[in-house]
Design a protein around this ligand. Structure first.
Ligand SMILES: [Zn+2]
Length: 64
């Protein structure tokens, strides 16, 4: 039996069936590359975009 899995995934990618678990790498200038630990999707995050979000992360890290 030929068990060759033919991936019929089209270029169109709808919302994933899971909440992406972004693993953020070291900031490279103004952006950071995040890789989903589940599906491996990469996404560029802009560090400078929302400073309020950045502060929230810092506070969260300090609280932990
Ligand atoms: Zn994912």
């Amino acid at each position: 039996m030929n068990t060759k899995t033919s991936t019929s995934t089209i270029a169109i990618q709808p919302e994933a069936d899971h909440p992406h678990r972004w693993l953020i790498e070291e900031p490279q200038g103004a952006t950071s590359t995040g890789v989903c630990r589940i599906c491996g999707t990469e996404k560029i995050f802009r560090n400078w975009l929302e400073s309020s979000d950045f502060i929230t992360n810092t506070e969260h890290r300090m609280a932990a």
